[in-house]
Design a protein around this ligand. Sequence first.
Ligand code: ATP
Ligand code: MG
Length: 402
Amino acid sequence: MKAEIISVGTELLLGELADTNTSFIAGQLAMLGIDLHHASLVGDNRERLLAALRQARQRADLIITTGGLGPTQDDITREAIAGLLEEEPAVDPALKQDLIDYFARRGIEMPENNIRQAVLIPSAVGLPNLRGTAPGWWAEKEGKVIVALPGPPPELQAMWQREVYPRLEKMSSAVIISRTIKTWGVGEAKVDEMTAPVLSAKNPTVGIYSKQDGIHLRITAKAAEKETARKMIARPEAEIRRILGDNIWGTDEETLEGILGQLLIKKGLTLAVAESFTGGLLSYTFASAPESERFFRGGIILGGGEARTAFGLKSPPLAGRASDGITAKMASIARTELGADIGFGIDGYAEPSVDISTGKIFVAIDAGKSSQSVTHNYSGRPHQIVRRAVQSALFDLYRVLR
Ligand code: ATP
Ligand code: MG
């Protein structure tokens, strides 16, 4: 089944509004295994919308419109669909009653204009709108389906989940299943080069995405049955695991801090942090992990100057210098001061730059009897650096704990 989305609204064409409805619907169609071949934006103009609908009907089996279902003169989606199907819109008594009830519940009389929202054409049924006044339309004619949804995202999404998704699920002959494999420590181009043999496949497909927490590989399989699609994913996944091995840290919805937390809990260990450079983000990251109260003892956040001297530390590292064991000391202070099994220290510096910054990150892990220190060089956009430092430190800890 081929689908096409048409977003209606002059605001969209003026750049005043981002078309998030299309992204939402596109993601949903992908999950349903429905191919989306075109998506377009049209202003609040009946003739142009009609032209877009005509073109869409020639190349798609399913057309989904968003917006233009309001009660005012510039809400023209219903009229345009009626024009396309050459049918006469008429007030539907049940939809009219729904509207009257909607306003009555709010203690207001229905404005005259809203009656426009109660019309239907013979080929369409109304889709109830639990969050607003405009019912959607589900129209079927000559083997093609046209779905009209309201513009406001909460209304559209509620209607989608309750009314549209179940109907499309019945119609679609395919399901799509994806699996995301998350890596750290290998750049995007290198991952691309290493996994070249699995990248060329058509089904399942493998896509590479650069994210905050590393490079993700997403395997997507399309099949008639969920089970078949799941089986199809297994082979490229095994291949990717063989190629990227220890650089893989997780899958799907997993986060590094979540995995670390579970590892620590399983080993019965607690963790404390001393951080400079990352300004509390490392502590925040652990604190917001699931069940953090079971493993995270807390963090000491250091700026420059006195705060450091109070802990007996020298001034922050400078460009071109090694950490001189400062980070190892920070890790040890965190462990002893906060009474944890493992102390985790991070420090670093960035060469100031507006474009691409370069610098060093020093990480130390102190487990009492043993300790380890790692230094990383990095480069990146200034606003990304602290986040990258945190992710990189998390991965260092993961490597040690694993
Ligand atoms: P209303 O009854 O509110 O007029 P409508 O179905 O006529 O609803 P529009 O008038 O086109 O929809 O849009 C109403 C509001 O919905 C917009 O101001 C905007 O906030 C949101 N909206 C509309 N289209 C989109 C879109 N494609 N993506 C995200 N938001 C949208
Ligand atoms: Mg409107």
